[in-house]
Design a protein around this ligand. Structure first.
Ligand code: OAD
Length: 255
């Protein structure tokens, strides 16, 4: 693997010496689960879809059928996807840290639910979840959804429209998610940013916040991002390759 072993070993030493770990994850951690990222030149989702046409309240108001069809297509793609070694490694890191009285909290920008399916329990969904849809009138969440909707836009038993419980452009992030994320960034000893282009705020800002509070910051991404010069250690690698090696090293030190 291209990543220097020295970088991996440095990440192992940093994490093995910590008990409070924050993680910011982005679409890149799910790329190896075959879920397209948003901005990657080769395969980015936005290459074939215009987000302004699909991921805004105005787009939904203009054409609820088109928007809900697109999101249901993405929801079923996520259901068919499997957590990859990167997700599984973060779940293992949480178990290791919990075992020595510590914690790992994942602040994810992803809506695919793969961290939870990998076994991570402390996950903050900054941009909501495509696995839950909510009533447009009452906000009531619906978690138990059919494999495929019978109609688009889907409707509640009362006949009101359902929308995906994700954050659209122009919408605020869930307040409790923001509060939790600020708490984690301000109190963690190590902040890992994985598989994100670090261009969308407020999510990208949590790396800055963690650093301002004295956390050691590590980035894992095959390409450079605006965070690469900010962090203490920037590892040019796929998360599905680097994370299992790092967590295996941490396990050796802690067990
Ligand atoms: P992007 O598509 O912007 O960035 C994906 C990042 O993952 C890029 O920096 C890639 O280099 C990196 N990447 C690709 N494959 C990888 C791999 N195998 N391992 C590690 N990294 C890899 O996705 P996000 O940064 O998540 O917001 O985008 C942030 C937000 O922009 C999304 O949550 C979405 C979008 O608008 C909303 O939907 C509100």
């Amino acid at each position: 693997m291209a990543t220097g072993d020295a970088q991996i070993q440095r990440a192992v030493a940093i994490l093995a010496g910590a008990r409070r770990v924050g993680v910011l994850s982005g679409a890149g951690i799910s790329a190896e689960s075959k879920i397209p990222t948003f901005r990657d030149a080769m395969e980015g989702l936005w290459k074939s879809f215009d987000p302004q046409e699909l991921a805004t309240p105005e787009a939904f108001a203009r054409n609820p059928e088109r928007v809900t069809r697109w999101y249901d297509f993405r929801r079923r793609m996520c259901l068919d996807a499997r957590p990859n070694p990167g997700h599984l490694a973060l779940a293992e890191l949480e178990r290791l840290m919990n075992g020595c009285g510590g914690w790992v909290t994942i602040l994810t920008q992803n809506v695919d639910g793969l961290h939870q399916r990998a076994g991570s329990r402390d996950v903050v969904e900054l941009h909501g979840s495509i696995m839950t849809w909510r009533c447009c009138e009452t906000g009531e969440p619906f978690h138990d959804l059919p494999e495929a909707f019978e109609q688009y836009p889907p409707r509640t038993p009362a006949g009101t429209m359902l929308r995906p419980n994700v954050v659209w452009f122009g919408e605020a992030l869930p307040e409790e998610a923001i509060d939790r994320a600020c708490e984690v960034a301000a109190s963690c000893e190590v902040f890992l940013t994985v598989g994100t282009s670090s261009v969308v705020y407020p999510a990208a800002g949590f790396t800055h916040l963690a650093r301002e509070h004295g956390a050691t910051t590590i980035e894992i991404n095959p390409t450079e991002t605006p965070a690469s010069d900010l962090v203490d250690l920037s590892i040019r690698a796929k998360s599905g390759e680097a994370l299992p090696m790092i967590v295996a090293g941490v396990r050796k030190v802690l067990e």
